[in-house]
Structures are given as C-alpha cells and as structure tokens.
Design a protein around this ligand. Structure first.
Ligand SMILES: Cc1cc2nc3c(=O)[nH]c(=O)nc-3n(C[C@H](O)[C@H](O)[C@H](O)COP(=O)(O)OP(=O)(O)OC[C@H]3O[C@@H](n4cnc5c(N)ncnc54)[C@H](O)[C@@H]3O)c2cc1C
Length: 430
C-alpha cells in the first residue's frame, strides 16, 4: 500500500486530518484545521481546486450577503440545527475574517446588497484562500480523485481512482453536491455517506433556470426587469422579488432561480406542477387601477415605462387591448383583463435546466446526523462533514458561501479539537 499521508505513530505522534475536496468548504476547513501539532492534507480531484468559486457571481464571486435572513435557507432537516450551525460564525465575523485575516477587502453593491471583492474578480478569492491554507502549513495533493473511504481500526483509509491509498486520523468530507459537475463535484460524498449509513434527504437541482417547451416567449429573450414572483405547490409557497430574465428556453434571473426548487420539487413529485405567478412591476392591482384610470393618455404609454416595450406589447396582445386606445375609451372588462395579467400573470413552464446549470444541490445529509458544535458524524467517529453535501441551501446573494464558509470552519475546528483532545487523553492513559 502506497501511503502518501504517513501513518501517525506513537513515535511521530503527529495526528493527520485529511480534507476531501478543495472547494469553498474544504479550503475553509483546512485553514481552520491547521495547527502546529497536526498535519492537514487537502485531497482534491482537480489540479487547482475552488473551481466553483472561480465561476461564482458571474466571475466576480459574491463572497457574502450584506445582511443575512436565516429564514430564507431551505432544509428538509431540523431548522433549529441549521440555525445553530449558521450562528456559529456571525456574518460580521465572516466579513472581518475575509478582510483582515485573508486580506481581501470587500465592497457592498448597493443595488443588490451583495458583497464582492474590491478587485471584482473571483480568482482573487480562490487564490487568497489557497495561499492562506499553504501559509498555515496545509499540504496539497491535487489531481487526485478519491473513490474509496473506509474506516480501519480507528483510522480512515482513502483510495484514489489510480489505486494510491492514504490514511488519516480524521477526515473532513467537503466534496459538494451534484451541481455543475464540470467543476469537480459529482456527488461522491453523498453516495459514500449513504453507504456508510447516513440519511441523505432527496437531492434536487436548486437555483436553476426554468424552461418552457415549446418556448412561447423566445421572442422576448433578453428582456429583463424586476418582478415579484410567487411559486406554490402543496406544502410549499414562496414569494421573491428581484431580477427576471426571458431566455431562449424559458426564464432566469435571481427571482426565478430563488423559486426554482419549488418547480423542480413539484416536477420530481410527479403531481400537479407548481404554479408560478408574476407581478411584472412593483405596482399592485390598486396602483395599476389608479394608473389606468380614464384619461386622454393611451394605454401603451401608461404601461411603458415601467414595463419594457416588448413585454408591454405582448401583454396588450394577450389582453386583446389596442395600445393606441385612450384610457378614457378602455372598457372596464379590458382594464380588469390587463390588470390581472400585470399583477397575477400565470407563468407557463415545463421543465428546468437541472444540475447542469444549478448553482446548488437541494437536500443532502440529514443535519441531525452531525453534531452541530463540530459537524462530526453521529454515526462515525472522526468523520466530519461540511458544505453543500449537507442538507441546506440558501437563495442567490452570497448565502451559499455563508453556508460553505461556516460549515467548513466548524468542521475544521471540530476535527482539530477532537484530535487534540483524544491525543491528550491517550497520552494520559499510556
Ligand atoms: C455558476 C455558479 C455561481 C455561483 N455563485 C455563487 C455566489 O456568487 N455566491 C454564493 O454564495 N454562492 C454561489 N454559488 C454556490 C457556491 O459556489 C456553492 O454553494 C459552494 O461552492 C459549495 O461549496 P462546497 O465546497 O461545498 O462544494 P464545491 O465547491 O462543489 O467543492 C467540492 C470540491 O470537492 C472536489 N471533489 C469532489 N469529489 C471529489 C472526489 N471524489 N475526490 C476528490 N475531490 C473531490 C471537487 O473537485 C471540488 O473542488 C454558485 C454556484 C455556481 C454553480
């Protein structure tokens, strides 16, 4: 057996922590696990790691949100446990960590409430985290896909696809979910943890564009605006507001992505498809009733702005209203038809872009099967879990990095503290 991570022995007595996966959670776990009395080794499938960080936020990396609303996270596990985990590292301290410890100043984008690196490039975030990990003595083993994870007499044995074997005293699994497999995450951790007896709540693509086939609104592709969007299925109801974009295949933009998991889950459940309703502007029915009150103004000029021209024309056609009609000539029935389309537009959809485009994976390892103070598995000692493979995700806006950073840190600290305590206790016993 080739042992790239040397077996810690009573002679060397240096405990080893293997962090499996160098994404957002893995890098943060390694940084926090590192310390003078132990080896921390990052095992990563790709050559460089952090590939999701590189493509995040449109290549700019939305590192954190400006403010955090815990209630916007989604989990099928206990929301209480999820909150405990989230509260382990308050947002203010996370920002401080990036700005002062990582040396990466952040700036708030006022129109979106998101924090980006001042350099405005995702690469600086990935590179700064890798550099900090190396500076803290973390060893890097890249281009290594792990395909086996076994527990052997108090230690963990990991096997790479090419047959190399590694052993460690503790393992932190941060291999991510199933979204955008091209970045390196294909669900290995989820599969292996299920085999090890963990409950994995049903996984599904989340924060993914929604499709319509045939694409009845493809002629509107490129039209974007701020909307209020509501999604409803049995047992789930969510209203979001924000950017909406017509695409060649359907719809995207933050508001669409933020409710997409409800559409996806209704599709997977095989029952009634979720109902999506759009209020196209910030104006509600009362505000439109006032705006469309009888006057000499034409209907179309009352609609645009606030609506983009192409969408206004489409809604007028759907309401069978001639835009050139003066508001004074608009019949009550036509006015009501138009207002209904403006504030409760039933958005047709037939599918979604799936994991290929999903920013995160919904579902994952049940949170009640980890100790919320350390993220150690309740089923297997010295096995710690962090990141997207755990059962929680948040909306667009930096929430998913909050989850990756806080769970990564907690697992890193947890593994280090556990090994320190156990090594000390063993020393006392001998
Ligand atoms: C296009 C896109 C844009 C996004 N933008 C944002 C944003 O701006 N803000 C935000 O908060 N969130 C964003 N997200 C979500 C965010 O990137 C993820 O929530 C986060 O990266 C998850 O971190 P993770 O470390 O748990 O998993 P991952 O980042 O997926 O990392 C898992 C790592 O494990 C490695 N790995 C997997 N299997 C193995 C194996 N068998 N052996 C060895 N290594 C393995 C992978 O190569 C990878 O490096 C975005 C996601 C996408 C896809």
């Amino acid at each position: 057996m080739q042992e790239l991570i040397p077996r810690s022995s009573p002679e060397t007595s240096i405990p080893t922590i293997a962090v499996l996966g160098a994404g957002a959670a893995g890098l943060m776990a390694a940084i926090h696990a590192a310390g003078p009395a132990r080896r921390v080794v990052l095992l990563e499938r790709t050559t460089d790691g952090g590939r999701k960080i590189l493509i995040s936020g449109g290549g700019r990396c939305n590192v954190l949100p400006g403010t955090l609303d815990e209630a916007r996270f989604v989990t099928a596990s206990s929301p209480n446990i999820m909150r405990k985990i989230l509260r382990s590292w308050p947002l203010r301290e996370q920002r401080q960590f990036f700005e002062q410890t990582v040396g990466l100043p952040l700036v708030l984008e006022p129109e979106t409430g998101k924090l980006f690196p001042v350099a405005n490039r995702a690469r600086v975030v990935r590179d700064a985290l890798v550099a900090l990990a190396r500076q803290r003595g973390v060893e890097w083993i890249g281009a290594t896909e792990i395909v086996g994870l076994e527990s052997t007499a108090r230690r963990w044995q990991l096997t790479a696809v090419d047959g190399r074997e590694f052993t460690a005293d503790a393992v932190i699994i941060t291999t991510g979910g199933l979204s955008v497999p091209a970045t390196g995450s294909d669900g290995f951790g989820l599969r292996r943890l299920a085999e090890l007896g963990h409950t994995v709540h049903d996984t599904y693509p989340a924060l993914t564009p929604i499709t319509l086939d045939p694409p009845a609104y493809a002629d509107l592709a490129g039209v974007s605006l701020d909307v209020v969007l509501t999604a409803t299925m049995p047992g789930a109801h969510r209203t979001t507001s924000g950017g909406f974009l017509f695409t060649h295949h359907g719809y995207s933009g933050p508001a669409v992505l933020d409710v997409s998991d409800i559409a996806v889950r209704s599709r997977l459940a095989g029952g009634e498809p979720a109902r999506l309703r759009v209020q196209w502007t910030s104006l509600d029915a009362t505000a439109w009733t006032e705006r469309l009150a009888p006057s000499a103004q034409t209907v179309v000029s009352a609609l645009r702005p606030p609506l983009p021209g192409r969408l206004a024309d489409r809604l007028l056609t759907m309401a069978s209203v001639d835009g050139a009609t003066a508001l004074a000539q608009l019949t009550r029935a036509a006015r009501l038809r138009l207002i209904e389309l403006l504030v409760r537009f039933p958005l047709p959809w037939t599918g979604d872009e799936g994991y290929r485009k999903a920013e995160v994976t919904g579902g994952g390892v049940a949170l009640d099967e980890v100790d919320p103070r350390t993220l150690e598995s309740r089923l297997h000692r010295r096995l710690f879990l962090a990141g997207e493979l755990l059962d929680a995700f948040g909306p667009i806006g930096g929430y998913n990095f909050v989850w990756a950073w806080s769970t990564g840190r907690l697992a890193g600290l947890g593994a280090a503290a556990t090994l320190t305590r156990e090594t000390r206790d063993e020393g006392r016993e001998t």
